[in-house]
Design a protein. Structure first.
Length: 176
């Protein structure tokens, strides 16, 4: 049981990382169509890069749901926690290394992205292999996914004018 779940969670690291990388360019590839901006990066701000884990993780979860259901428990809760852990990991690692070193590196940023996906998948694995948790957590998980989607949408179109939301290349905020 655990071996099968572990295999799919490890495969998920690669799949989510590749999909997330594609989502980095999706907004531009779609002619900067505003609705795509809710799920894809619209600029080079830290905030916009957090969205790169959201839909790719949901897509991978949907693709593996039936494969894992016989061997895993707490599926929606595990994936929701994973989707929240990934951006938190990105924030902590990104600001940690930039504040400590004073530099920014695209290569380090990519490594951080992959590491965040790996941490999220590890947390997901742990929850998937735990004892069955209360059913109300499914509804709470769904609510938290909707909340995060709404947050991404609002702050894509109406970002606060603080550095976290500022495009590091153009100095602009959100969809221009």
């Amino acid at each position: 049981m655990k071996r099968s779940v572990l295999k799919w969670e490890i495969i998920g690291i690669a799949v989510i990382s590749v999909l997330g990388s594609l989502f980095h360019f999706l907004f531009e590839l779609c002619g900067e169509w505003p609705p795509v901006g809710v799920i894809a990066a619209v600029n080079e701000s830290v905030f916009e890069h957090l969205k790169l884990t959201f839909i790719p993780t949901l897509l991978y979860a949907a693709a593996t749901y039936r494969l894992l259901m016989g061997n895993a428990r707490n599926f929606l809760f595990a994936k929701t926690i994973s989707i929240y852990v990934m951006p938190v990991t990105i924030i902590v690692l990104f600001y940690g290394y930039t504040e400590l070193t004073g530099i920014e590196s695209v290569i380090i940023d990519i490594i951080i992205f992959i590491a965040a996906v790996a941490v999220g998948q590890a947390v997901s694995y742990r929850i998937l292999t735990m004892r069955q948790l209360p059913q109300w957590l499914k509804w709470l998980s769904l609510a938290f996914l909707v909340i995060l989607f709404v947050i991404y949408g609002i702050f894509t179109f109406y970002p606060p004018h603080v550095s976290f939301f500022m495009d590091s290349v153009t100095g602009t905020y959100g969809i221009n």
